[in-house]
Design a protein around this ligand. Sequence first.
Ligand code: ADP
Ligand code: MG
Length: 680
Amino acid sequence: MERSLTDSPAVLKGVGPKKVTALNKLGINTIEELLTYYPFRYEDLTVKKLAEVTDGEKIVLKGTVATPPVVSHFGRAKNRLNFSLLVEHDLLRVTFFNQGYLAKKLSVGQEVAIYGKYDQRRQSLTAMKLILQEQEDFAGVYRASKEITAKTIKEIVAQAYENYQDLLFDIVPVSLRERFKLEERKVMIHNMHFPETLNQGKLARRSAIFEEFFKFQLKIQLLKKRQKKGQGLVIAYDNQKLKEFIQHLPFELTGAQKRVVNEICHDLHSDVHMNRLLQGDVGSGKTIVAALAMYAAVTAGFQTVLMAPTEILAQQHAQKLAELFENFSEVNVALLTSSTNRSQKAKATLLEHLKAGEINVLIGTHAVIQDNVAFKNLGLIITDEQHRFGVGQRKALRNKGENPDTLAMTATPIPRTLAITTYGEMDVSIIDELPRGRQKIKTSWLKKKQFKQALDFIAKQLKDGSQAYVISPLIAESEALDLQNATEIYEQLTEHFGPTYQVGLLHGQMKAEQKDEIMAAFKAKKIDLLVSTTVIEVGVDVPNATVMVILDADRFGLAQLHQLRGRVGRGNKQSYCLLVADPKSEYGIKRMQTMVETTDGFVIAQKDLELRGPGDVLGKKQSGLPDFKIGDPVSDFNILQAAQVEVARILNDPDFSQKQENAGIMRYLNQETTNLASLD
Ligand code: ADP
Ligand code: MG
């Protein structure tokens, strides 16, 4: 029978149905998967000298059994085996737990090697393994399960390697292997499982990580290329009109805004399908970029839609866009949310106009993806704070048109590390410059007992005609308590600042209309100080607000703190953020310090990532983070980046599939075609 790396492990000797099932559960269905089921750590089994061992280290010591082994039993199934071991000139007390049967194999005067954990103060060794004969110096330890032991896995891997090593072929081209000093695949796999020295293991690991990232990059970059191939809309916008529109703006675009507008317009006009992520820190001016893209699409006769995650945001966008498009009669803006379209009749009319193509700029919450919402010719869709929507919602919006171009905006800066992996299939535009005249927000951290100082500070700012926010503490999983808290603070501050200053309250349990009223009053400066729960979180834009006070700030994550802080510093006045918190944990303290030290969203995102790990930063479910077996996109970022660059270079060569040195890549891709199809 012809052998193949896709054979089931069942072909191996001693691997019956039970073991096959156990292996499947560990994600091992083929010989290939078995051979790349690498140990998750290695035990150093070289014999150590006592002098070089540190406290708590797991090591192998060699010595002579000095006292007769004694077994004591306790409970029904538990026992302990003790004896003294003479190691050079030191006497160590050795303990084995529940391995009493070893007593028969040991006698005074016998030379043995023992693997265990060394306790310096007690001069003892908690033993894990008795080594009677010579064996390897390093041993890989495999993740095992109840159904199959690490030892069995190791034996099966060894057998598979023996029988299939001749079929292993290199995927990474030889020129790259030479340049990056990577091992041949056959050697790499051998040394991942059975290294003879620690260094051998390390080298193999580097090669294996590169290979893993290289394969990943091949897949996503090919997918991206495939998605782009001539299936997008050509949105032939009117450049003259766009220019005039830009001249009408009350300010000049920043260099970064100009750059990303060009990138977007280029995509709109080409027949390539746009799938672009627009990243820009809070206040960097993404909304205007979205407006320009929408206007461009409208001049080409297309409809556009902007979907925002909350009512407040949708409202605000609608208002801003209506203002911007006021003198441009070909643009018809409408807002669609579940609560703002009060009467059924008004809603029905709106939907009709939308279907007839009379409304060409629709703004809304996820209400825009409902079944009864239909467009005439949807050309461009934009999602604000795109990570707040699920994959299904984004897809539903896409299906409202025929492959419309898509732009996703986010103010949650994604560290470069994650951008490569998570948004690998998207093009990324970055606004990395704030509008001129903005001043850095000054952030300080106060202890709770210094709250009075915060109040005095607010008073001074209010006196200068500025406005302020106070964010009430977030109480995990209890909206009722959040509200109670916010209400108490509201009452306290009303007493303190009233009647000279107006204090307002905004919270999540208010009806959308109430929220709008409060926000409108704050914008109109009828409210000077706004106490709010985190409903204020994203996108709210009141340039006259200069103080953001966050109570119990340590209850918030870094990304959220950064978002909240971004509500101030939106005008030309110096703005301030006061964090009031007595954090208990090291992690809480670090977060406060990070906020004080930097206002750069990318730096904060990177810190967040380091403190919490990628799954938590993006939210496990939505992160779409691929499960790498050995590579870590954070700590192995350099390797990931190198793989990305090299794959891009290879795929940019139009003849790449014909080249001898890429034969391994082609073989790999042929094997993976089914998997690739499922990535679509
Ligand atoms: P975000 O990126 O957070 O969505 P916005 O688009 O809300 O930022 O812009 C923040 C504020 O900056 C708004 O008041 C907006 O009108 C203003 N703005 C945007 N671009 C510029 C610019 N180039 N020059 C001056 N002000 C600008
Ligand atoms: Mg915004």
